[in-house]
Ligand binder design. Sequence first.
Ligand code: ZN
Length: 299
Amino acid sequence: MDVAKLLNEVVSDKGDFMTKYVSLFSQLYHSLSYSIKRSETCYRGSMLIISVDVDVGSKELGIINKGKNDANVNKNTSEYKIGEIEEFALPMFMETFDSFKIPASFAIRGQLTVVNGSVLGLLRESSVKHDIAAHGYSHRKFTQLSREEAESELNMISQGMERFGITPRTFVFPANCIAYLDLLEKYGYSCYRGYGNFIADTMCIEKQGELYNIHPSFYVDKYTKPIFLRKILDISTAAKLPFHIWFHLWNFGEGKDIQRSIEDIFLPLLDYAKKKEENGLLTFETMLSAAKRVEKHEE
Ligand SMILES: [Zn+2]
């Protein structure tokens, strides 16, 4: 039985009420399971990796796509609305990471490159060198695309990003639906984020073909309690394993709620992790810099 699938179904049926309890259960489960499970075959090195999924990035994409792409982006919210939330949230998260001088992987939609003055500019001009990753062109599930369609998406991403002088080397599959890894190699990617859920989440980086799978370790949402994050981070540094947290920009509500989540969840975590960094207990990595570190280690 796929527990994550079951939980996802429960969440979509019961809405926010259940989301909260699933999130709390997830935190408890992860903090307990990471105390027990160890993967001996994976790279050892304690680091905190942050990846952020930018599903739309601009409300203008909602206008351009006229609602026809809504179903590919979110079950309950329009592409326009998600874009609007993310336009607001991205600068706030960037400011937070930049103030700590922490680089992160921001996985953006290829189609964002057709929008003028988008968040892409912000990412490029940031004082911290973030990893600008790809998150599909239209956020379609790669498992539902033909090989030709998948290749066409990758092609459009490359061409779009090239106009901004960016060659993405990190890929985050839309909806975490993994397919056509050989095409990622062909288009010059170095790493991707594998599938995660309650059971599959792990603290592990492993080589798959020519690519590095930077496994997800924990999904952060607005119900995440800093105490659990600290506990899991302690486990990762004690065991010298990579801890990879990820989230969507729309995970924290809107407006002031986003700021509250940053203050309640991220500031305590980053502050705590920064102290560990100062004591030489961990490094902050993007997905790409983590892959490079492992590659160097293997040479
Ligand atoms: Zn996504």
